[in-house]
Design a protein around this ligand. Structure first.
Ligand code: NAD
Length: 439
């Protein structure tokens, strides 16, 4: 079976590579010629653990190739996976469908023989049907079906998530397409991973509802953390105590500086818009979007309080700026809100991040970049841990305190025990929701 994957971003590149690993003949397509050139030269334009080796292996076995020639790739494919971006429109919070509609228009004339067009991109309910209309109107003679196949992989663990999924969700309109998609995913279902077959609109909704639910869980514990800071409870124990209840579960109950990344912010906003357009307001998700912004503001206020009420003339070391560890993705990272507030208030910022500099340098103007956390903290008034990269979770706290002008720490991911920080010689420690806050 031959597959074409349109879009070689985090989802398209990982999915295409994993499909080739499962034995398919895969051509990955992107209109970004530079990206394709990079991939053809044997380099990977994004960071995802293990992806470089998997690409190398499948390219050399002849099952994986890269091209900008969409028509050629589609004409030979039995299934065309669309994995282009669907970012938030800046004017109204809706999902921007420009890229996906362009991809559909490009695919339409190139389809030859029975083709299943599979939408992996996250799209609002009803968009798969619209894509189907675009394809049909542009090429009425084409023998094709549409399938919605939302992707649930997480950056940082994307290969494992693709190869060992909790579930594969597929929405179809015809039995033929259902049978075809079951065959595509047979290498995974044969290994016991479940395939949930449903209709287009339900598959689309499963993706938004899942992301909104996870964002709600994070936001819920962030709001509880804020309360803990007022009443003196320790949210880390609260999370633990809650998570031990099997009905609740402990995952996504770690408080922090607010959710970010390429999915939760845009998908919660899009769901809010879908609710408004359908006159079924999504009150809970609306509150989640609002509270997540307040969380970032609360972090800024707490950091300011640690600095004695003003950022002016303070030098602050920031450890981690990507939205989570093990990715170079900076989209909607909390750092993009928090750091400009610090810099705007007059602070000098020293940043260290294992992979964030390439993207972060132009997104965070005015920040000074370092390779080593101890060098970054040298002479600083405060260290802020913003992303829990493994490089930052087992620091020599004594050595860190020793190089700082004033040893203080804002641990926005609660990676350290307050006692350990204190014993290492830090004068002040702020952990999210761990007893009374500095403000
Ligand atoms: P991305 O921005 O990293 O990559 C998109 C790629 O598509 C880019 O390389 C772009 O050049 C290419 N592209 C755009 N239009 C094209 C066209 N017409 N023809 C060929 N190539 C085109 O996006 P991403 O993060 O991989 O996300 C893709 C989709 O998957 C989005 O809808 C997203 O919501 C969803 N998703 C993302 C994740 C994630 O963790 N990133 C997880 C699950 C689902």
């Amino acid at each position: 079976m031959k597959l074409a994957v349109i879009g070689t971003g985090y989802v398209g590149l990982v999915s295409g590579t994993c499909f080739s690993e499962l034995g398919y003949d895969v051509t990955c397509v992107d209109l970004d010629a530079k990206k394709i050139e990079t991939l053809r030269a044997g380099h990977v334009p994004i960071y995802e653990p293990g992806l470089d080796l998997l690409i190398e292996c499948n390219v050399s076995s002849g099952r994986l190739s890269f091209t900008t020639d969409l028509q050629e790739a589609v004409s030979q494919a039995d299934a065309v996976f669309i994995a282009v971006g669907t970012p938030t429109r800046p004017d109204n919070g809706q999902a921007d469908l420009t890229y996906i509609m362009r991809a559909a228009a490009d695919i339409a004339p190139a389809m030859q023989g029975y083709t299943v067009v599979v939408v992996k991109s996250t799209v609002p309910v009803g968009v798969n049907r619209k894509i189907c209309d675009v394809l049909r109107n542009a090429n009425p003679a084409a023998d094709f079906d549409i399938a919605s196949n939302p992707e649930f992989l997480r950056e940082g663990t994307a290969i494992e998530d693709f190869m060992t999924p909790d579930r594969v969700v597929v929405g179809v309109e015809s039995e033929r397409a259902g049978g075809f998609m079951a065959e595509v995913y047979r290498p995974l279902t044969d290994r016991g991973f479940p395939l949930l077959l449903t209709d287009l609109e339900t598959a689309e909704m499963i993706k938004y509802a899942s992301n909104a639910f996870l964002a709600t869980k994070i936001t819920f514990i962030n709001e509880i953390a804020a309360l803990c800071e007022k009443v003196g409870s320790d949210v880390t124990m609260v999370s633990k105590g809650m998570g031990m209840d099997k009905r609740i579960g402990g995952r996504f109950l770690n408080p922090g500086p607010g959710y970010g990344g390429s999915c939760f912010p845009k998908d919660t906003q899009a769901l809010v818009r879908i609710g408004q357009e359908s006159a079924v307001q999504q009150h809970i998700v609306e509150a989640v979007v609002r509270v997540n912004e307040q969380v970032k503001a609360r972090m800024i206020a707490n950091i300011k309080a640690l600095c004695g009420g003003s950022f002016r003339d303070k030098t602050i070391a920031v450890f981690g700026v990507t939205f989570k560890p093990d990715t170079d993705d900076m989209r909607e990272a909390p750092s993009l809100t928090i750091l400009p507030a610090l810099i705007g208030g007059g602070a000098t910022i020293h940043v260290v991040d294992p992979l964030g500099q390439r993207e972060g340098e132009h997104l965070l103007p005015g920040a000074h970049w370092y390779d080593d956390p101890y060098a970054a903290a040298d002479g600083c008034d405060l260290v802020v841990i913003l992303t829990e990269w493994s490089d930052f979770v087992s620091l020599d706290l004594k050595a860190l305190a020793a190089v700082m002008a004033v040893p203080r720490m804002a641990d926005l991911r609660n990676v350290y025990a307050p006692k350990d920080v204190e014993n290492a010689g830090f004068e002040q420690y702020y952990g999210v929701g761990r007893g009374r806050a500095p403000v």
